[in-house]
Design a protein around this ligand. Structure first.
Ligand code: GDP
Length: 428
């Protein structure tokens, strides 16, 4: 059979998350027939501003403003049904789209997973990645143990009962015997609660492989929306300071449920500087007055927690690594306005360990902790014009910054975002 050249766009955070993906996903969402989340859970988030209202979503994909677009939660996502139902209710209340399909194969976050996330963070102590305590790591662990509960199980009461018993007993023992904590859950109550969710969620459950295969055949536009960032990938990030899923573009097929031997545009989003919410080493971290200034101008505080993000210079070794992992077609550089007015701007162009050049990103925490960043310092740019249509209208210092990013990361910058407003972007 002739394979179509479906138009597939994959949007991936190219750093440690919080790159300003919202604006970009919104741009592609307006052109998509399907928007698919393929990893992570309600540890992600985007904000939709509607006239005087703000709607925050953590699980449902972008695109709720576009009623004709199908929103898909793929099998690679882990679903807390309580969060899903809350978001659906909020969207209905605001008159936004609930044109949603949920993979029958996605795993369910159970109430005890959330508690275990909390115990786990205490147990792992400084080796913990800094979890949002939403139950994500424990549910992925149960998935791999193969006693996880899936969305499809909700449709079969007897099967759900049996599977819940296995999962419940295992996790009870884990809490009581490993963490020596009280297990505050009741099997019967959870069973009743979840069978209740089944009646609400039922109408959204689908075999996503069928849906997306047919979309590819019909040459429809599909956007895959990454959560977190490439450098938090559980395999390729700085383990254990990673998220619990694969965040790179390669995950779209495993977590979306469809083979895609077709043309794809893989878009990496990178901020002009770097932020990090984890506890792991951060080679280009800035401390002191400048740190506070960048954080305040860039509003670098956690969307849900309000926690101050750590701030640093852009790390082009990291960006090059993200490009090697994702094979970006292009990158979009965001928040260049936040650096306006700085006398000098540093870019990390290499790593040294023990005074010797170090190629690539170290896999081990020991070497990563001892990284000495090699910087190139460029003169900064002043304030930017209010309306920019092309790079030609930008100060030479910004042009040089962009050229350096492209040279070291090995990928072209296609678009620059220079303010929170939807119009504050220009193509290169
Ligand atoms: P995500 O976590 O990567 O999805 O990041 P968000 O999309 O939530 O963006 C975080 C914040 O950055 C939002 O408040 C955006 O309005 C803001 N933002 C996005 N792009 C820019 C930009 O180019 N400049 C400035 N100053 N803010 C931006």
């Amino acid at each position: 059979m002739q394979k179509n050249k479906s138009n597939i766009v994959v949007v991936i955070g190219a750093q440690w998350g919080d790159e300003g993906k919202g604006k970009v996903t919104d741009y592609f969402a307006a052109r998509a027939n399907y928007i698919v989340r393929f990893q992570g859970g309600n540890n992600a988030g985007h904000t939709i501003i509607l006239d005087d209202k703000t709607v925050k979503l953590h699980l449902i994909p972008s695109g709720v403003l576009h009623k004709e677009c199908k929103l898909i939660i793929g099998n690679g996502v882990v679903i807390d049904p309580r969060v899903l139902i809350k978001e659906l209710n909020m969207l209905k209340k605001e008159g936004l789209s609930t044109n949603l399909l949920v993979s029958d194969r996605a795993h369910l976050i159970m109430p005890y997973h959330v508690d275990i996330d909390y115990h786990l963070t205490n147990y792992q102590n400084e080796l913990a990645a800094g979890s949002t305590r939403s139950g994500i790591a424990p549910v992925y662990a149960d998935k791999l143990y193969r006693h996880g509960l899936r969305v499809a199980d909700l449709l079969n009461k007897d099967l759900f009962e049996t599977r819940l018993k296995k999962s419940f007993d295992f996790n009870k023992a884990l809490v009581e015997k490993v963490f020596n904590e009280k297990f505050n859950h009741n099997y019967e109550e959870i069973l009743k609660e979840f069978l209740g969710y089944a009646s609400v969620i039922k109408q959204y459950i689908a075999n996503i492989t069928e849906v997306l295969s047919s979309a590819v055949e019909k040459n429809e536009q599909i956007m895959f929306e990454g959560a977190q960032g490439a450098c938090l990938d559980v395999d390729h990030g700085l383990y254990p300071y990673t998220t619990s899923s694969n965040t790179i573009a390669g995950q779209i097929e495993a977590g979306g449920g469809v083979g895609l031997n077709t043309s794809k545009k893989i878009v990496g989003i990178a901020k002009a500087y770097l932020t990090y919410v984890g506890r792991g080493p951060f080679p280009t971290e800035i401390k002191g007055e400048l740190e506070d200034k960048i954080r305040d101008v860039g509003q670098e505080y956690g969307t849900t927690t309000g926690r101050a993000r750590r701030v640093g210079w852009i790390d082009l070794v990291q960006l090059k690594f993200a490009n090697q992992l994702n094979d970006f077609s292009e990158i979009i550089l965001t928040k260049v306005d936040v650096l306006s007015g700085l006398k000098n701007i540093k870019l990390c162009v290499g790593y040294k360990v023990g005074g010797k050049d170090f190629a690539g990103i170290p896999s081990d925490i020991h070497n990563f902790k001892n990284i000495e960043p090699v910087y190139e310092t460029l003169p900064g740019w002043g304030s930017l014009p209010n309306h920019i249509k092309s790079l030609n209208q930008c100060p030479d210092e910004l042009k040089n910054f962009v050229a350096k990013v492209e040279e070291v990361a090995g990928v072209k910058v296609s678009l620059i975002s220079y303010g929170p407003d939807r119009n504050q972007t220009f193509k290169i």
